[in-house]
Ligand binder design. Structure first.
Ligand SMILES: NC(=O)c1ccc[n+]([C@@H]2O[C@H](COP(=O)([O-])OP(=O)(O)OC[C@H]3O[C@@H](n4cnc5c(N)ncnc54)[C@H](O)[C@@H]3O)[C@@H](O)[C@H]2O)c1
Length: 347
């Protein structure tokens, strides 16, 4: 057996190593760190290669590839969305991703991204709310208490100062799970039996449900003046969470319009309906919330630049104890003699 050379090896972050890394950094510090990285990348938005993600749809779900590059580093994520997966013990969303050096094309990091996606999605939501939610908002309704829910709650506490979360899910066990997981972590939690109870007194409404259809998690009469809506679950053609009338009353902020117009809540609107790109608000080129009566809506679908930021953060914090070196790249002694390397490996 031949020992791989340094050039053959790529750092690989497994799920277990990712969890150890997150605990080593601290969940709140990781959420804040990722928020800062995404914010920094949104400030230099214009230099990224951008394309709507490449989606392969089926009856049960979707598989997507999400590439981008800042000219020096290239990244992509593989991610799926299969709302019925839980029935046989699988996640709705799983992911892994890669960073590569643009100059050589050589991968520099391969990482699990199921846990990382939950953190980056929560960080992205909190970043949007930091710029759009009403000043001093402290109460959030969390509708949909699945895999993403605790991450969302913790990000809104760490980044926006939310200290009360009102939980609702059609599945009571999901709400009980969140209440159990977040107990004793500085959040006041209220478990609600109806979505109407969950939104009571909340300045921020987060919807994070999974269903492959046009759902109406929030109806128009549930949304009062001045709230910020963080709509996370509607992220595929034919999969939305908000009644169209809510959109007509809201100031809508999106990640990348060519993708969001196909996948987000705004797929319910005309293709030229005015929306604001969030990066413009972050870069000081567009207005955020104008007054305390306005309804702001972050129509989140998840964009490649956020995953790039998350992978960049992991690469910058990674030490040898939180990765394995994977023999991923063939490295013959003579770069032109790939076949010779194969022959020498015989027997
Ligand atoms: N925008 C993004 O960047 C982004 C990132 C990750 C996931 N997502 C989406 O977020 C959603 C949630 O992801 P997850 O991993 O938490 O899924 P999950 O399957 O773990 O949880 C979904 C929860 O929604 C609940 N639910 C379904 N219909 C409901 C309804 N009508 N009212 C209240 N609750 C309802 C389910 O009971 C479940 O507990 C998915 O649709 C996923 O595609 C979006």
């Amino acid at each position: 057996m031949m020992e791989p050379s340094d050039k053959a090896l790529v750092p690989f972050v497994s799920v277990d190593h990712m969890m150890q890394l997150i605990h080593h950094i601290g969940v709140d510090a990781m959420l804040r760190g990722l928020t800062d990285y995404i914010e920094a990348d949104f400030r230099r938005w214009e230099l990224f290669d951008k394309t709507p993600r490449v989606a392969s749809h089926s009856k049960e779900g979707v598989i997507e590839l999400m590439p981008t590059s800042d000219g020096e580093v290239y990244g992509f994520k593989y991610v799926n969305g299969h709302p019925k997966n839980w029935k046989d013990g699988r996640q709705t969303v799983t992911a892994f991703g890669l960073l590569a050096d643009v100059a050589t094309g050589y991968p520099v990091l391969l990482s699990e991204m199921t846990v990382l996606t939950a953190i980056r999605t929560a960080a992205m939501s909190a970043l949007a709310a930091k710029h759009l939610a009403p000043q001093g908002a402290r109460t959030m309704a969390m509708i949909g208490n699945g895999a993403q829910a605790e991450f969302q709650a913790r990000a809104f506490r760490a980044i926006c100062g939310v200290d009360q979360v009102r939980l609702y899910d059609i599945d009571r066990a999901a709400t009980e799970k969140v209440a159990r997981n977040l107990a004793g972590q500085g959040l006041s939690l209220v478990s609600c039996s109806w979505p109407e109870d969950a939104i009571e007194g909340a300045e921020i409404l987060t919807t994070c449900t999974a269903d492959k259809q046009y759902s109406t998690i929030l109806t128009d009469n549930m949304v009062g003046a001045g709230v910020h809506i963080n709509a996370v679950g509607g992220d595929c053609p034919g999969k939305t969470e908000l009644h169209r009338d809510i959109l007509m009353r809201s100031e809508i902020y999106v990640e990348y319009p060519p993708q969001t117009r196909v996948e987000g809540e705004i797929q319910q609107l005309a293709p030229d309906y005015p929306v604001t790109e969030l990066w413009r608000v972050i870069a000081g080129q567009a207005a955020g919330r104008a007054n305390n009566r306005q309804i702001t809506l972050f129509d989140s679908v998840g964009f490649a630049v956020e995953d790039f930021s998350a992978l960049r953060f992991v690469r910058d914090r990674l030490t040898h104890e939180h990765c394995d070196m994977l023999d991923l790249l063939a490295d013959p002694d003579d770069p032109r003699d790939l076949y010779g390397m194969l022959e020498r490996a015989k027997g």
